[in-house]
Design a protein around this ligand. Structure first.
Ligand code: 0L1
Ligand code: MG
Length: 257
């Protein structure tokens, strides 16, 4: 079966929120490059319907997540306008088994491309950083996948919310930034920015290097989610998820059916 047919299948499961069996169980020999091609073909189906690419997400950026998938590399996905929550409310409609994770978002004022990007290049191109929460929702049964499966499924991306307040990229030492995530008032996860490839800026560098291999870039105005600062937690109807980003304020999200 061709990559386009696999992309069609994944797209159908994404838009109908139905689980599917891992594609690697059913199609032999798929490579990481094939998986990114499937991801792009899937995204094209959204943009052909009027959706818009507004940024990128990095995934598998922590040692814990890489170990859980048995890999030692990060991955990336596309962020579409339709994925952004403009209010701090998560509707479970259209989601299968969603989980949330706190992240730092970078917003860009200049284009970033190439294979030899440094942290200096990233800071010069960055307009601001913002607290954010990503909702991941693997379309695979039991949230279980290989590297190829998860890349093809847009790195499990489903929704994301970026806080109202932006900060100067120089105001905080992002690797030292502490985060506490609570579900219904109980601490569920804690972490620090260093969980993201040692420093979230390294995630942006890696993002640009991976994009340059497929002839793409971070464009001015784009938002990039740098990766989970803690493990992701499952969310359920009536939950209140609050995330405190040390010195940057809180995000409080309400979950409903
Ligand atoms: O954003 C992420 O790190 C998710 C990447 C895919 C792995 C997962 O779904 O947990
Ligand atoms: Mg994430």
């Amino acid at each position: 079966m061709g990559l386009r047919a696999i992309a069609d299948e994944i797209y159908q499961h994404q838009i109908t929120a139905q689980e599917l069996d891992k594609i690697t169980l059913r199609y032999d020999g798929l490579t990481v490059d094939d998986a990114y091609a499937i991801q792009q073909l899937t995204i094209q189906k959204y943009t052909n319907q009027g959706d818009r690419l507004i940024g990128w997400k990095m995934g598998l950026t922590s040692k814990a997540k890489q170990q859980s998938v048995g890999v030692d590399e990060a991955i990336f996905g596309h962020l579409l306008e339709s994925m952004e929550l403009t209010n701090p409310e998560i509707s479970l409609k259209g989601l299968i088994h969603p989980r949330v994770e706190p992240e730092i978002a970078f917003v860009f004022k200049h284009r970033l491309e190439g294979t030899h990007i440094t942290a200096r290049d990233v800071w010069l191109a960055t307009e601001c950083v913002m607290p954010a929460v990503e909702v991941i929702d693997s379309r695979y049964k039991n949230f279980s996948f290989t590297l190829v499966d998860v890349i093809a499924d847009n790195a499990s991306s489903a929704k994301f919310y970026v806080a109202d307040q932006a900060f100067s990229p120089y105001q905080f030492q992002l690797d030292k930034l502490g985060v506490v995530m609570c579900r219904n008032g109980e601490v569920a996860q804690t972490g620090a920015g260093a969980a993201v490839l040692g420093h979230p800026v390294r995630s942006i560098i890696e993002q640009v290097h991976m994009l340059s291999r497929i002839g793409k870039a971070i464009e001015p105005g784009m938002v990039v989610l740098t990766g989970g600062i803690t493990e992701a937690i499952y969310i359920y109807d009536q939950d209140t998820i609050s995330v405190e980003f040390e010195g940057m304020g809180d995000i409080e999200l309400s979950v409903h059916a």
